[in-house]
Design a protein around this ligand. Structure first.
Ligand code: AMP
Length: 484
């Protein structure tokens, strides 16, 4: 059977456009016993929509995953721009690495014995049998990229920033998801307290630009050698207190003793308070280094609190480690907005030349949580981002012109709101009102013919008719007035 061709003639056009359906296939409709209607096509090209026409349940969102919806774009866009601005100013270039990496990258850099690697990482076998992982953090992937692209030969420091999704099979709860976003910065090639301070400053000022005041909880874990000496001491101490520790911490004594210091359990807390402090195991060099970092922070007026038990559980950290908390965060809180530190051994660990480095990651869902709260409490104002001018069309001809006029205005730098789903003027004026637009442009049949347009002042209801050619000039005047 030859398929019938559909011919559509465009009004007022000399061209005749023929639209031919892509492929017509003979459909055999088979009813199943479960009252599902299954459609089979005789053609080999089966699309998803060809397969089933029965009503099926909408698949639900996976646990711990979250959609980012347009209603939240205010936060996401503002955060992104704030990150971009601060990174541009401090000379960090944007980098993007893949979500999927060789699993061994994370195992080698983050280390076995950490929750991230042992429990939370999404690892699976790829089609070729290799083990791959969805990135649980950025640093390892960026370090791999640094080595792989020979960035050691670039002028140092090499400064990069990143933004995107991370994946951890965490227990979902408020502020803890299985897919979440981070903004991060990494700074490679220079071992100097000024660099630690610079990265901390970028993180701090990013949050400050959003109106969020924070405190940096900071500590030093010294060199690898300092840490190893300390761990021997710590393990000895923890063994004597074994019976007071929670089940998890007992296991951590041999697997990752530093993690015990992170435990917030009541009985563990008491043990931790009495535990030897890493600061006492630092070499003079590391101590001086740390003091210098703090001096820089003082100079930059970045508020910090010394936290002798802060160690960050990951293998790759050396020297400075820190976490970022809101000013209001209570003692012992687990809701850090971000964290970071120095990792001078990682690049070498991944097969590169010895390269000192430091960086941070800030959890963006947590930032939004805090930000919303501050808005609710009236401590930060949410700026109005909706267009201040609306475009309403009335009648077929006016609808036809709408997109052209809107685009002309956009090219002139004037953004106007519109809704092509509405045809009734009253409804469109209501929308303009709802969006707090100061002006509404109205284009009807008559205006199309006269090449004019109405500008309605939404507050007074006064309307003026202007030549379409003069629309931009007129709107510019009004926008200037709105800005005053
Ligand atoms: P980390 O890489 O573990 O130091 O985490 C840095 C920041 O990322 C934390 O302070 C949180 O803001 C955020 N973060 C970490 N894990 C999660 C998660 N499962 N869900 C949401 N945010 C997270």
């Amino acid at each position: 059977m030859t398929p019938k061709k559909k011919t559509i003639t465009k009004a007022k056009s000399s061209r005749t456009q023929k639209i031919v359906p892509k492929k017509t296939t003979k459909k055999v409709v088979k009813k199943t016993t479960a009252k599902k209607v299954v459609v089979k096509t005789e053609s080999k090209e089966i699309t998803a929509s060809d397969i089933r026409v029965s009503k099926i349940k909408t698949p639900s969102l996976l646990r711990g995953m979250k959609d980012v919806l347009p209603k939240d774009q205010y936060f996401w866009k503002k955060m992104y721009h704030a990150a971009e601005d601060v990174c541009d100013a401090y000379g960090y270039g944007y980098i993007e690495t893949p979500v999927l990496e060789d699993a061994s990258l994370f195992i080698r850099s983050i280390g076995r014995g950490t929750d991230v690697v042992d429990k939370e990482m999404y690892v699976f076998e790829d089609k070729d049998g290799s083990k791959v992982a969805m990135r649980p953090e950025f640093t390892a992937g960026i370090a791999r990229s640094f080595v792989g692209h020979g960035m050691t030969s670039l002028p140092q420091p090499v400064k990069v920033w990143c933004w995107g999704q991370l994946f951890r099979h965490d227990r979902p709860q408020a502020g803890r998801y299985r897919q979440f976003h981070q903004f991060g910065c990494e700074n490679f090639g220079v071992h100097d307290p000024a660099i630690d301070a610079e990265t901390i400053g970028v993180a701090y000022n990013f949050l400050l630009d959003l109106g969020i005041n924070t405190n940096i909880h900071i500590n030093s874990i010294g060199t690898l050698e300092d840490r190893q000496n300390y761990i021997v001491e710590l393990v000895g101490y923890l063994r004597t207190k074994r019976s007071y520790l929670c089940e998890k911490c007992r296991k951590r004594i041999s697997k990752n003793p530093l993690r015990v210091l992170d435990c917030k359990g009541e009985s563990c807390k008491a043990v931790i308070e009495e535990a030897p402090q890493i600061i006492d195991w630092l070499s003079e060099k590391s101590k001086n280094y740390f003091v210098k970092v703090l001096e820089y922070l003082d100079e930059m007026e970045v508020p910090y609190v010394l936290k002798p038990t802060l160690v960050r559980g990951l293998d790759y950290y050396t020297e400075t480690v820190y976490e970022i908390y809101t000013e209001e965060s209570e003692e012992g809180a687990q809701d850090a907005l971000g964290g970071g530190g120095r990792y001078d051994m990682l690049i070498e660990e991944l097969g590169g030349q010895p390269t000192p480095a430091c960086g941070f990651g800030i959890g963006l869902e947590r930032v939004i949580m805090v930000w919303r709260k501050l808005i609710e409490e009236g401590k930060i104002e949410q700026e109005e981002v909706l267009p201040k001018i609306f475009f309403a069309q009335l009648g077929e001809q006016a609808r036809m012109k709408t997109l052209r006029i809107i685009e002309n205005l956009r090219q002139e730098g004037i953004i106007v709101g519109h809704n092509l789903g509405k045809t009734v003027l009253k409804v469109q004026l209501e929308l303009a009102d709802k969006q707090k637009c100061a002006y509404c442009l109205i284009l009807g049949q008559k205006e199309v013919q006269d090449k004019t347009i109405i500008i309605r002042d939404m507050e007074s209801g006064i309307q003026e008719i202007v030549d379409q050619k003069k629309l931009k000039t007129e709107l510019d005047k009004k926008i200037k007035k709105m800005a005053v």
